[in-house]
Every structure is written in C-alpha cells, then in structure tokens.
Design a protein around this ligand. Structure first.
Ligand SMILES: Cc1cc2nc3c(=O)[nH]c(=O)nc-3n(C[C@H](O)[C@H](O)[C@H](O)COP(=O)(O)OP(=O)(O)OC[C@H]3O[C@@H](n4cnc5c(N)ncnc54)[C@H](O)[C@@H]3O)c2cc1C
Length: 479
C-alpha cells in the first residue's frame, strides 16, 4: 500500500492533540490526527479552564460555544469544623487586560467533543481506532507507523499521546518521574447536602485529610479527597467528605465518575527532536491536579507550537523559530510542576495544622500559573507579554480585541494614526483602532497601548512594540 504524505501527524486526540489539529486546519495545514480510542472522552478528568485559556479560545472561535456551558468561579473559601474561616478572590479580581477574571468550571469532555466535531466539519476527522506503534525521525520528515501496518510520512510530528507517550519513548526523551506518595480520590456527581451550595471552591480543613469541593457545570459537583493509602473504596472517600464537612451532611444521589490517582511529577528533558518531532501536553509534563493546570498548560503548548509550524511551512520562516517552542514552554512546564507540587504537598504536610489556609495562600502566591496570566516569554518590557484583551467597537457592535486576531497570521495593531499606511507581507494583518470619537472600522475607549504600534504573535503574545512611526522597524523584527 502506498504511504500517505501530510504536513503534520498528531499522535493522540486528547484535548491537546485535538487543539493542535484544529489550529493546524485553521492555518491551512494538512494535519492527520490519530487516536487509538473510539471517541472523545465521555466523563471526568480536567474540570476548569483558566483565564488565559478563555482568552486563547476566542482566537479560533471556540469561546462562544463553550462559555455558556460552564460555571464561572473565582473564589476560594476555607471551612473547618463547620465554621467559615476565610474567602479570597483577589488574584482574579486584580487581573488587568482580561474580560473573564475567573475559572470556567467545565469538564474536559465538553472541549474534546467540540473540537472533535469541528474537525469533522472541516473535513479532517480524527482517525479513530488508529494505534501508533512506532515513529522514526528523518532529516527531512517523520514516519509514523500504525498497528494496521500503514505508515504515514509527514514533514512534522507531534506527540500529544498523554503521560505514557509512545512518541516520547521512541524519541528516547528522558522523563524521570517523582512520586510524592500522595493519593487522591475524585468524585463527580449529583449531590444532596444541607451545606449551603455556592459557586466557590471550598477547601475543608480537617485533622487527617483535606477535602476540596469544586463547583461544576450543569447539575454536577466534584470532590477531591486526599486518601491515606493507595488502595481504598469509594465509601472511605465519602466518609472522609462527611467527616470534613461535619456538622453538615452530604450524599451523592448519582455518581458520574470516580477515580483514584497517585501524584506523579515530571517534565520531559526535551520537548522536540531535530525540530521535526515535538511533544505537547501530558506527554511532556505531568503533575498533580492542584491548581487545575494540566489541561490549560497543554492547550497553551498547542497555541505556542502550531503557528510556528505554520510560519515555517507556509511563510518561509527559518526552522530556528521551531526551537523557541522548547525554549518558551519548558520553563513554563517546570514552574507549573513546582506550583502544583507546592500545593499538593501542603495538603499533607502542615506544621501548624492549617493546611487549607496555607493552600489558599500558595494559590495567591502562584496565581500567575493558576490563572495562566502570569506566563510571559522574555524578561522585560512589552515583548513576550500577553496582549491585553478589552472591548472594541465595530460601528455599534461591541467586540473583544481578541476576536480580531487571526491564528494564521501576525497582527499589527495600530492604536492611532500612523503617517503612512504600512506595506505588509501576506502573513501579517493590520488592524487600526482609533479613539472613541474618531471615524473608522474599529474604535476603543481603552487607554492601553495608546499611540503605540504593537505586533502580536498568533498566540496573542507581543512580538514587538513601539510608537506609530516605528512600524517598518517593528515589522523587521518578525520572522
Ligand atoms: C485519570 C486522570 C484524571 C485526571 N483528572 C484531572 C483533574 O481532575 N483535573 C485536571 O485538571 N486534570 C486532570 N487530569 C489531567 C488532564 O486530564 C490532562 O492534563 C489532559 O488530559 C492532557 O491532555 P493531553 O491531550 O495531553 O493527553 P490525554 O488527554 O491523555 O490524551 C492522550 C490521547 O492519546 C491517545 N493515545 C495514547 N497513546 C496512543 C497511541 N499509541 N496511538 C494512538 N493514540 C494514542 C489516547 O487515547 C488519548 O486520547 C487527569 C488525568 C488523568 C489521566
């Protein structure tokens, strides 16, 4: 049988592989996404999209469909022995340049199902029941071998095949795992309780275990329970919930998902090999669920990687652009693992017995990771910072600035009147924003970036910034 050829093979159609494939389609790249499963996830796993993810989802037009399905939540409170101890949300409320200052509590299946459907709609469905057995990285491309005996040749390969990644293993990338010996139960379902139900993350402080109550979409709630041993029954987790919530009572009228997991932490030594094969999501970083960062970090990997492949394949960018993927994303993965590691250890080890309050203080200290908004590439100035999002007007219509970005291009934003209109390469779009009184297709009342020219990467980080007279030199900084 003749081998197939394509631009990118994505191994794994979890949320990260699906996002990689969808973004690639938006860029006009030929991407084949392979998964050994029969369909997208039906229940469980990740439960929250952070503020940065909510911004990124606007760019490929996914936000409007997902947002109404979830439940906004930006408050954490602590209770002990039936008494309220504290409540905090300052790290969300103080976010700048952000229209959704909260987590959106929404299960991973919703995102997977939406992306799976969108890929079908654009004529590039996930190839299900396709198990990858081997890969080979050549100087000018990659070979992906399937259990069916077929081989697919591609220019590039992405391993988004989860924590037990065969791609990572075949690439020979070391992935040393730390096990802090902390075990959790997680339960999703419909509850009945005399505790007041509020859309807050509630952490219960108890002598022997910490219990966290996570509000979720529709009629479900989630409980995380730190357990003492690896082997335990559901009833033991339910007993711990009731002990932590005493004097209140809680029972599950319906259980949708129950899982046990012991915490594993690791960051892959490399995120790419020969700038041909790349790792993204859980295949290159795993950690505890504390802080809700796994899915969010993986999605940010996808947004960071695909535009770079697009610029190299379609716009003639040098392949050195691809090495910035690991340079930018590996430090982020390391800080995410450090954040979740500090959080999860605080649930078990507490000198003062104030686990839950310590936990919330750590969330505050490390809120840049938890909200996703503290991630930046580069040390100083506007370069490498996330673009702020704010309202803009097109005639009478109110839009988000992020809705004007195009994932297949850089965007030159002109906040004012340049003396001369710039001449632009095909991979840059220009959007001029005037002040509220002026004529023009787009207006804003925001004072952010006033009288500046900003070059924005497709993943909404600032590539270059200067005054309006600097546009030609700013454009020279890209590619
Ligand atoms: C049991 C469990 C519980 C979790 N709970 C939470 C939680 O409560 N909160 C939270 O924030 N995060 C949670 N996570 C983490 C979160 O789900 C992950 O961070 C997220 O799924 C990572 O997405 P991914 O696409 O990188 O990998 P995955 O979602 O793991 O997707 C990998 C995909 O690759 C496919 N695949 C693997 N090998 C092959 C192969 N050889 N050939 C073809 N296909 C292959 C798999 O079928 C799968 O679809 C949990 C993870 C697990 C495993």
């Amino acid at each position: 049988m003749k081998n197939q050829e394509t631009d990118i093979v994505v191994v794994g159609a979890g949320p990260v592989g699906l996002m990689c494939a969808y973004l690639a389609q938006l860029c006009g790249l030929r991407a084949v996404v392979l998964d050994q499963s029969t369909g997208p996830l039906a229940v469980g796993r990740a439960d929250a999209l952070n503020a940065r993810t909510l911004q990124l989802l606007e760019i490929p037009g996914l936000f409007d469909e997902l947002y109404p399905l979830g439940k906004p939540c930006n408050t954490s409170s602590v209770w002990a022995n039936g008494r309220f101890l504290s409540r905090q949300s300052s790290w969300w409320n103080e976010l700048e340049g952000c229209l959704h200052k909260h987590f959106l509590m929404l299960g991973q299946p919703h995102l997977e199902k939406l992306l799976d459907r969108r890929l079908k709609e654009v004529g590039a469905p996930v190839r299900r029941l396709s198990s990858v057995t081997d890969i080979e990285v050549l100087d000018d491309g990659c070979l992906t071998k399937l259990s069916s005996g077929k081989t697919i040749r591609s220019k590039y390969l992405i391993g988004a095949d989860g924590s037990r990644s065969i791609v990572r293993e075949r690439l020979g990338v070391p992935f040393e795992i730390t096990r802090p010996q902390i075990v959790w139960a997680v339960i999703d379902g419909l509850i009945e309780t005399d505790f007041p139900k509020v859309p807050e993350i509630i952490v219960f402080q108890a002598e022997s275990s910490d219990v966290a109550w996570i509000p979720r979409e529709a009629d479900i709630d989630r409980f995380y329970v730190r357990m003492d041993t690896k082997e335990f029954q559901l009833e033991e987790a339910l007993a711990k919930i009731n002990r932590a919530m005493t004097p209140h009572r809680l029972r599950f009228k319906r259980i949708d998902w129950f899982s046990r997991f012991s915490v594993k932490e690791s960051v892959a030594e490399r995120f790419s090999v020969k700038e041909r094969a790349f790792l993204a999501g859980d295949s290159c970083h795993v950690h505890s669920v504390n802080g809700g960062q796994g899915l969010n970090t993986g999605l940010a990997d996808a947004f960071n990687l695909i535009w770079k492949l697009n610029m190299v394949i379609n716009a003639g960018a040098p392949s050195t652009l691809l090495s910035t993927y690991e340079e930018e994303r590996k430090p982020v993965a390391m800080s995410v693992v450090a954040t979740s590691g500090e959080l999860v250890r605080s649930t078990k080890f507490s000198e003062t017995g104030t686990h839950a309050q310590d936990y919330v203080k750590i969330v505050e200290k490390r809120s840049g990771n938890v909200t996703g908004m503290g991630i930046r590439y580069g040390e100083s100035g506007l370069k490498g910072r996330r673009l702020f999002d704010f309202e803009v007007y097109k005639g009478e219509e109110k839009l988000r600035l992020y809705s004007l970005l195009d994932y297949s291009k850089y965007t030159l934003l002109l906040f004012g009147e340049p003396k001369q209109g710039p001449s632009l390469p095909a991979y840059v779009q220009c959007i001029q924003l005037r002040n509220s009184m002026a004529e023009g297709p787009y207006r804003t009342t925001s004072a952010y970036y006033k009288d500046q020219a900003i070059v924005v990467r497709p993943d909404a980080y600032i590539e270059a910034a200067g005054n309006l007279a600097d546009v030609p030199s700013l454009l020279r900084e890209i590619l």
